[in-house]
Write a protein that binds this ligand. Structure first.
Ligand code: KIV
Length: 297
């Protein structure tokens, strides 16, 4: 029996299914590591899609990586929504999470739900993330979950409130501080968060807390015990000046390549090596002669 060409084509293309919340739970249960990266625009989203990552976060780290703010505090909700819309256009399969910026959810439950709805309706996000596990963040997480929007929590180092935490430093490094991080994580789980980020806490503390957390935990500077790992796109690809935090592993040096590329272009322009004949458009010689006559007339 012969095989129809369309059958061959269909079996050759293994379509990757969109990542869902049950799929993340299943990955945790099976011990499959969950991969999350940040993205802020169409090209970074396309890279995340092509690399088949599981979760993409439009992090408010974009305030610094792509918008040039000195911290995440100043970024506006509309700026975050613009980044999220660009990412949405480049993604098909990873779960898309939008980061609620500082000041867009703390005031009251209604504000938090309204902001989360904008991420879903205007930017096509599947879920939102908010920082902190204190009473305010927990109440907001619960309100958003009750409105039908999945929420990812975030404990440990929470950059939006870094000033109150004493700066960008690891958290949970005393018994009391570790207990606070654990209480925050448990409260967010209780509030209905589908997943929690652990940022910059000792690996041994993370491992202990993991024993009581049933939802998928994504670590960044929290050691190997978490269910998955996240890095900021610009940190892992070296699209920045300086090395970044201790937990960053760099997989490329794209900033150096970008500078070298732009410098080579500048040198070519200045020495008139660019453009060469192959970069130009041709015109039929008779047409050119005709044009010359008209132009000079
Ligand atoms: O904004 C961000 O990039 C984040 C990740 C570091 C988790 O919150």
């Amino acid at each position: 029996m012969s095989t129809h060409p369309s059958q061959i084509a269909a079996s050759a293309v293994v379509e990757r299914l969109p990542v869902t919340l049950p799929r993340l739970d299943e990955m945790k249960r099976r011990g499959e590591a969950i991969v999350m990266v940040t993205a802020y625009d169409f090209p970074s989203a396309r890279a995340a899609e092509a690399a088949a990552v599981d979760v993409v976060l439009v992090g408010d780290s974009g305030a610094m990586t792509v918008l040039g703010y000195p911290s995440t505090v100043g970024v506006q909700l509309d700026e975050m929504l613009m980044l999220a819309r660009a990412v949405r256009r480049g993604l098909r399969t990873p779960l898309l999470v939008g980061d609620l910026p500082f000041g867009s959810y703390e005031v009251c439950d209604e504000q938090a739900v309204a902001t989360a709805l904008r991420f879903v309706k205007e930017a096509g996000c599947d879920a939102v993330k908010l920082e902190g596990g204190g009473p305010t963040s927990v109440a907001r997480a619960q309100a958003i979950v009750r409105a039908g929007i999945p929420v990812m929590g975030h404990v440990g180092l929470t950059p939006q409130t870094a000033t109150a935490l004493g700066g960008y430093r690891a958290q949970g490094r005393s018994a009391e501080a570790a207990a606070r991080v654990a209480a925050d994580a448990l409260a967010l789980q209780q509030a209905g968060c589908f997943s929690i980020v652990f940022e910059a806490i000792p690996s041994d503390v993370a491992a202990l807390i993991m024993e009581r957390i049933e939802v998928p935990v994504i670590g960044i500077g929290a050691g190997p015990a978490t269910d998955g790992q996240v890095l900021v796109f610009h940190d892992l690809l070296g699209i920045r000046e300086g090395l970044g935090a201790r937990f960053v592993k760099r997989y490329a040096s794209l900033q150096d390549e970008m500078v070298a590329g732009v410098a080579a272009f500048a040198a070519d322009v200045r020495t008139r090596r660019y453009p060469a004949s192959e970069h130009g458009y041709a015109i039929d010689s008779q047409e050119l002669a005709g044009f010359g006559e008209r132009f000079k007339a």
